[in-house]
Design a protein around this ligand. Structure first.
Ligand code: NAP
Length: 254
């Protein structure tokens, strides 16, 4: 039997009960990793676990709202208790509670966006790094967005939080390289999930958006997953601090 590129690795993926996170969890497991999935609701965790196990994949799950310290700690301790290690962290959770001009964003909405999208990614990284250091290395992938390069209209605060992740990626990569921990970022374009449904449910808006994409279509969650598996694999052993855009040729630059 041929071993997968992630055989022997243990991966933690946040916000992984649907959409891009679930596609990443599934792909990491298919590539041989043991995967701990998580999200805010037990029912979502149970449903996703059922799907993964029906496919014969090695996955466990637990509730983790990334904005709650006790949930982040439980995610890490549960993974260590049940799988005995953490080699990979995929920080995928994001919140987008506000649409409109950035100047109209309430302090509460701004704080929520930065707490979930940026601060929780850092705090979770802080929790896993000591274990990765002890094991001699690891790989972290932050899920950003093309909106971090080119802010999307009406979701300025969310876009700014994703720009912050590009900076966090660079800083963490630099600081963790001596510990043999690589940190990279995935920047999806417009991907067909519930999160982005306001962009593609309306036919005329979708068609307008598709005209801005070189490949003239919205992406699928599975089209993001292979990039994350690659970044966590030995093939990416000399890659750190990078952001890979998966956006069908949507033009974006910082
Ligand atoms: P999605 O399909 O709507 O899935 C969201 C997932 O996140 C669900 O599993 C949800 O489960 C979980 N979740 C939500 N809030 C959470 C929290 N505070 N803590 C933990 N889990 C939470 O979303 P998606 O489109 O795949 O988005 C995933 C990531 O991709 C996000 O970082 C997003 O910014 C990024 N992204 C998406 C697109 C796109 O077009 N879809 C484009 C660029 C970037 P529960 O409800 O059970 O918590």
């Amino acid at each position: 039997m041929q071993l997968g590129v992630l055989s022997g690795k243990v991966a933690v993926v946040t916000a992984s009960t649907q959409g891009i996170g679930l596609a990443i969890a599934r792909r990491l497991a298919r590539d041989g990793a043991q995967v701990m999935i998580s999200s805010r609701k037990q029912a979502s965790v149970d449903k996703a676990l059922e799907q993964l196990r029906a496919e014969g994949l090695d996955a466990l799950g637990t509730v983790c709202h990334v904005g709650k310290r006790e949930d982040r700690e439980a995610l890490v301790s549960q993974t260590l208790k049940r799988y005995g290690a953490i080699d990979i962290l995929v920080s995928n959770a994001a919140a987008n509670p506000f649409a409109g001009r950035v100047l109209d964003c309430s302090e509460e909405a701004w704080d929520k966006i930065f707490e979930i999208n940026v601060k929780a990614a850092l705090l979770l990284t802080k929790l896993v790094v000591p274990h990765m250091e002890q094991q001699g290395g690891g790989s972290i992938v932050l899920v950003g967005s093309v909106s971090g390069y080119q802010p999307f209209p009406d979701i300025g605060p969310y876009s700014i939080s994703k720009t912050a992740l590009l900076g966090l990626n660079k800083v963490l990569a630099n600081e963790l390289a001596p510990a043999n921990i690589r940190v990279n970022c995935l920047a999806p374009g417009i991907i067909k999930t519930q999160f982005s449904s306001f962009l593609w449910l309306d036919d005329s808006l979708r068609q307008q958006l598709e005209r801005t994409i070189a490949m003239r279509r919205i992406g699928e969650p599975e089209e993001c997953a292979g990039t994350v598996s690659f970044l966590c694999s030995q093939d990416a052993a000399y890659i750190t601090g990078e952001t890979i855009v998966v956006a069908g040729g949507l033009q974006c630059r910082l």
